[in-house]
Design a protein around this ligand. Structure first.
Ligand SMILES: CC(C)(COP(=O)(O)OP(=O)(O)OC[C@H]1O[C@@H](n2cnc3c(N)ncnc32)[C@H](O)[C@@H]1OP(=O)(O)O)[C@@H](O)C(=O)NCCC(=O)NCCS
Length: 243
């Protein structure tokens, strides 16, 4: 009500512009995600990364949407996740629920990166999605599970490198994941230079969270800065939210 002054209408115009800009950004992000979800084979540009051979372990990798995945691979991925994670979920406030995990794993937005041995033995998999997270286009790694017999041979690290290649090739802003604090895997992801994401919840007197959110940023999409600017940025530290 009442008359708008020149200053207040300028302000509301600015707000409208900001809203419009934000909407444009989100629809751009959604278009990038939709494009990635149309891929037939995300590994196609990286033939070298279809094979792993290290520490006496040989593997072949492929990537598929959950809707195209064989039933027995789906069943195996559920059983492996349950074997690796059930106790850890039960030891914190999350709890374990078969049907919820199945729903998440077999959602039609789910993508799989699967590693199998040369004789066809299934070794490990990642469930990932191209998605919008906190308004940004990201590759969200929901799961990385290796059969215990094939852990600590470098395959997990290799699979994360493949996910990063796929994410950044398809213009995702970052690779994001949630890890339980009671799980050794935090050490694994930190060894791979994953950092606490700005969306990771911070414990206070009222609530402590059993998980943290880690991420790796796509450096190619960070605006280019001159050396002078990089220095000054470093001095005022853009990383305060990490502490
Ligand atoms: C976590 C997991 C994916 C790691 O894959 P991996 O193939 O075993 O790990 P890598 O051999 O590639 O390890 C790379 C580096 O990460 C670190 N690392 C890996 N596992 C670690 C552990 N349990 N404790 C401490 N550091 C670890 C090490 O620095 C390691 O290098 P090194 O072996 O030369 O010391 C795998 O162990 C796994 O499936 N665990 C059970 C399921 C799980 O917790 N998944 C993650 C949450 S979704």
């Amino acid at each position: 009500m009442g008359r708008k002054t020149a200053a207040s209408s300028a302000k509301s115009k600015e707000k409208r512009m900001q809203r419009k800009e934000e909407q444009n950004r989100i629809s751009q992000a959604m278009a990038v995600v939709a494009q990635a979800n149309k891929l037939e084979d995300p590994l196609q540009p990286f033939p070298v990364f279809r094979k792993f051979n290290k520490n006496g372990l040989e593997a072949e990798l492929f990537a598929k949407k959950s809707t195209n995945l064989d039933e027995f691979i789906k069943e195996w991925s559920f059983n492996l996740t349950k074997k690796n994670m059930q106790l850890k979920y039960e030891q914190c406030s999350w709890g374990w629920c078969d049907s919820k995990k199945r729903e998440e794993l077999f959602d039609e937005a789910a993508w799989y990166l699967v590693a199998k041995g040369l004789d066809g033995t299934l070794l490990g998999f990642s469930h990932f999605r191209f998605d919008i997270d906190e308004g940004q286009e990201v590759l969200y790694c929901y799961e990385l599970q290796l059969d215990p017999s094939y852990q600590r041979k470098g395959l997990g690290k290799f699979m994360m490198q493949v996910l990063e290649l796929v994410a950044f090739k398809n213009s995702m802003k970052k690779v994001v994941l949630t890890v339980l604090k009671n799980n050794q895997s935090s050490k694994f992801f930190k060894a791979l230079n994953y950092e606490l994401d700005e969306s990771s919840p911070i414990d206070d007197e009222e609530e402590s969270y059993p998980y943290e959110i880690l991420s790796k940023i796509n450096k190619r999409l960070v605006p280019h800065q001159s050396p002078m600017k990089v220095n000054s940025h470093h001095c005022c530290s853009g990383h305060d939210h990490h502490h």
